[in-house]
Ligand binder design. Structure first.
Ligand code: KIV
Ligand code: ZN
Length: 388
């Protein structure tokens, strides 16, 4: 099995679908350019038939963004597939992603279709999509709540009809890691010709398990992960791209030789671009890209990190492009050790009295302000030593 894990970014489709995250064509284009710089393998640029705006954005991205495969979502219907094909037409490399639900609850209440009709739709949609591109992904929507034998059959039919990627979505974020990993393993062991296609996973975060489920699936043989920047997406969101990529990288001892093509130094920038465009923010404690992800305030932690980074940091902030100035936060729990380090960084000659005096002022400031950043300390040092 190949060691490469393909990163399929759906920020512009499943992410953008969430309330508060809609983007204009121009904004989607900017975001897609940055995703290309980040090095994702596939950009799902939208759902072409959903609206004229979606169609135009996909089409612009297909024309102007080079590098990643450009993909449009399409229901398992000929009309959807035609519109998707038209939207991605100018792309150098293009994919149609077609889907239909395979769980009893979706088939009965949403599709109002019998299982045999769903199988027929899969056969027709996948083979129709192959007329437009030889890269066709098929998703069994609500796979994790689908009856097992029917799920195997649906996947088998999609492969027979020409699908090159089979996606297993945890549409409602219902799965738990061990169970989801076993599902991937069972699919590998029970579906004929599954070794001819890439197995993908697409996890939602309703129980806060999207990243854990995706990583467990990879450990069991999935080689494409669908995810979004900052984990945005329907309801509680999708698996966060930055967390998946960094987990695979930081825990090579656990995941083995698995790798992605992502340039991790672009992660922070990409996260902040999305925030600027959508007017959203990431919580300060968000893994990898939150403001506090590499901030150490407690004196013990600061002393540790300053003595040896690995005492409290499992990854290098520079590796995710985290800005240096936001790293050490001096606050009321901070130690003198950190302040000394700052003074030395600024090349200031100081006595023990100076240190005590500034330390007291710093604590008083921290009481009022909660967090003290480099800029505040610079101002304090300036006042103390330049006698302003
Ligand atoms: O969550 C889901 O099932 C989806 C599919 C369209 C892949 O977004
Ligand atoms: Zn989804």
């Amino acid at each position: 099995m190949d060691d490469r894990v393909y990163i399929f970014d759906t920020t512009l489709r499943d992410g953008e679908q969430a309330p508060g995250f809609s983007m204009t064509t121009e904004e989607k284009l900017q975001m897609a350019m940055q995703l290309a710089r980040l090095g994702v393998d596939i950009i799902e640029a939208g759902f072409a038939i959903a609206s004229q705006g979606d169609f135009e954005a996909i089409n612009r991205i297909a024309k102007e963004v080079k590098g990643p495969v450009i993909c449009s979502l399409a229901r398992a219907r000929e009309e959807d597939i035609e519109v998707a094909a038209k939207a991605i037409e100018p792309a150098e490399r293009k994919r149609i992603h077609t889907f239909i639900a395979t769980s009893e609850i979706h088939m009965k209440y949403k599709l109002r279709m019998e299982p045999y009709e769903v199988l027929e739709r899969i056969r027709r949609a996948v083979s129709y999509a192959r007329n437009f591109t030889d890269d066709v992904e098929f998703s069994c929507e609500d796979a994790t709540r689908s009856q097992r034998d029917f799920l195997y059959k649906a996947i088998e039919e999609a492969i027979k009809a020409g699908a090159t990627v089979i996606n297993i979505p945890d549409t409602v974020g219902y799965a738990v890691p061990e169970e989801f990993g076993k599902l991937i393993e069972d699919i590998i062991n029970n579906v004929p010709n599954i070794d001819k296609v890439i197995i993908s996973v697409h996890c939602h975060d309703d129980l806060g398990l999207a990243v854990a489920n995706s990583l467990t699936a990879v450990k069991h043989g999935a080689r494409q992960v669908e995810c979004t920047i900052n984990g945005i997406g329907e309801r509680a969101g999708n698996a966060a791209l930055e967390e998946i990529v960094m987990a695979l990288r930081v825990r090579r001892d656990y995941f083995g030789e698995l790798f992605t093509g992502v340039d991790t130094k672009e992660l922070y920038k990409t996260s902040r671009l999305l925030c600027r465009i959508t007017g959203s923010f990431v919580p300060p404690n968000k893994a990898i890209v939150g403001d506090n992800a590499f901030a150490h305030e407690s004196g013990i932690h600061q002393h540790g990190v300053l003595s040896h980074r690995l005492t409290y940091e499992i990854m290098n902030p520079e590796d995710v492009g985290f800005p240096v100035s936001r790293r050490i936060v001096l606050g009321k729990h901070s130690g003198r050790h950190a302040l000394k380090q700052k003074l030395e960084e600024y090349g200031i000659q100081y006595s023990e009295d100076d240190l005590n005096r500034i330390y007291e002022r710093l604590k008083a400031l921290a009481d009022k302000k909660k967090e003290v950043y480099d800029e505040d300390i610079e101002a304090l040092i300036y006042q103390e030593f330049m006698k302003l």
